[in-house]
Design a protein around this ligand. Sequence first.
Ligand SMILES: Cc1cc2nc3c(=O)[nH]c(=O)nc-3n(C[C@H](O)[C@H](O)[C@H](O)COP(=O)(O)OP(=O)(O)OC[C@H]3O[C@@H](n4cnc5c(N)ncnc54)[C@H](O)[C@@H]3O)c2cc1C
Length: 323
Amino acid sequence: MKSFKHVNATTVQQASKLLREGKGKVRLNAGGTDLLAALKDKILPDYPETIVNLKTIPGLDYIREDATGLTLGATAKLADIAQSALVREKYPLLADAVEAVATPNVRNMATIGGNLCQDTRCWYYRYPDQIGGKLVCLRKGGEKCFGLEGDNRYHAIMGAEGCHATSPSDAAVALSALNAQLVVRGSAGLRVIPIAQFYNSFGTDLKSDEVLTEIRVPRPPAGSKQVYQKFRLRQPIDFAIVSVASLLVKENGKVKEARLALGGVAHGPVRAAKAEALLKDQVPNAELAEQAGLQAVASAQPLSKNAYKVEEVKVLVKRAVLA
Ligand SMILES: Cc1cc2nc3c(=O)[nH]c(=O)nc-3n(C[C@H](O)[C@H](O)[C@H](O)COP(=O)(O)OP(=O)(O)OC[C@H]3O[C@@H](n4cnc5c(N)ncnc54)[C@H](O)[C@@H]3O)c2cc1C
């Protein structure tokens, strides 16, 4: 690693001010489980001169609930969220998704804010500098996305514009089905961003001096069945190839509300709106579940090596409905 200045922030305002003054040469650090690897491999387009520690900001790691729903401070650790009796009882989708992240030691360090803001795992973008020099892909300011023509087995199958990398965050997929909103603060003040608008083809919607401070999760409808399914190659530890977060409410034997969020398919979680609409007011059965799977992938445009992801999504959506 190269040397850098390290600042223990004591307020969000201070962290934002440092970002603004640093003009792209300052990076935030929370648990460090993503950022430190990126620094060691020198994969970022610019190597930061200053690292700002968010964990020293007092009181930013809360997990609490009020009448409107759950609120999480950005530095709440994944392990604490997964083990929270409150989250497990009322927001099991989030607890299960967070528990599916990495390993206990990573979850003990990693924060919810860092999980949502982590960089993509695209193997072209992540290609380590020490093995023959970095690959300057489109995301790093280069001219092309190597995923488009190269080995794209883990790349996007929906909605890619330019960069075909996917978001690796399990938490984001669950939070999408839970209709979460993200609170960010910068020099222009506070913004509340629906999670559906947080991700874009090159990362997140955060402005250069903004800090993610809070995640707001509305109370799920009473009696909702929440399921997180993650298809990965190595069961004990791996990123999702694809995942599906589902929240279904039944009334008088029919689906009253259906929410299906897909992970591993695009630059952020994607709500399967057509499948959700198809399920509404219907009696769930195997045929309907299969139809929902087909609708979920109606807009898919797989690349040369990742059509298998389309099949995986169909299977997981079917299982979600039958669950
Ligand atoms: C072996 C391994 C396996 C993994 N498997 C999975 C997996 O299965 N599923 C999964 O979802 N993830 C997985 N991950 C990724 C892991 O979840 C992330 O590294 C972790 O969640 C990042 O959190 P952090 O607090 O350590 O973030 P950091 O590493 O501290 O930060 C990550 C990025 O987010 C930015 N950032 C952090 N906090 C904020 C904030 N509050 N506001 C604005 N920007 C911020 C940082 O500047 C940095 O760019 C794995 C990681 C490892 C090492």
